[in-house]
Design a binder for this molecule. Structure first.
Ligand code: UDP
Ligand code: MG
Length: 142
């Protein structure tokens, strides 16, 4: 299978707790290659655009407030089957339901403050990558 890409964010809760290093370690130890990375903070507007698909959900306002509350680390990862393999490494949205050894089991606090985002499809990964990174910031063919 060809190499492909997924978009991830280390969310404000995990950045605040000092988990950037341990999370990136776990990612590279799981054979993902980091081909783009930056630390930044989402504006409320950025967060609303990024999570627009959830705009009618009851948790939307809390999600926007949380995701814009502090710095995040955004990255593009490269691997065979990157999107699905990262979702497996990430674990369930609710850390109480996440499998042992997954990122959310290890690092997440709650269903809202769940440490890391990962794209859910190849189509969305491309949209999310292009939302956060320009071509000159991506060190691979996307
Ligand atoms: N979320 C929440 N409450 C919920 C479901 C989701 O606060 O009941 C937040 C959580 O931060 C989650 C994000 O909204 O990561 C996006 O939800 P999605 O269902 O896409 O989960 P994910 O793809 O991140 O596992
Ligand atoms: Mg999702």
């Amino acid at each position: 299978m060809a190499l492909n890409h997924t978009f991830i964010m280390i969310k404000p809760d995990a950045v605040k707790k000092g988990y950037i290093g341990p999370i990136l370690n776990k990612i590279t130890a799981s054979d993902f290659k980091i081909v783009s990375i930056k630390m930044t903070q989402l504006s409320k507007r950025d967060a609303e655009i990024f999570y627009a698909i959830h705009k009618d959900r009851p948790f939307f306002n809390d999600l926007i407030a949380f995701m814009s509350s502090g710095p995040i680390v955004a990255a593009v990862l490269e691997k065979e089957n990157a999107v699905d393999d990262f979702r497996t490494l990430l674990g369930a949205t609710n850390p109480e339901e996440a499998a042992e050894g997954t990122i959310r089991k290890l690092f997440a606090y709650s269903v809202g403050e769940n440490a890391v985002h990962g794209s859910d499809s190849d189509e969305n990964s491309l949209i999310e990558i292009q939302f956060h990174f320009s071509q000159s910031e991506i060190f691979s063919e996307i």
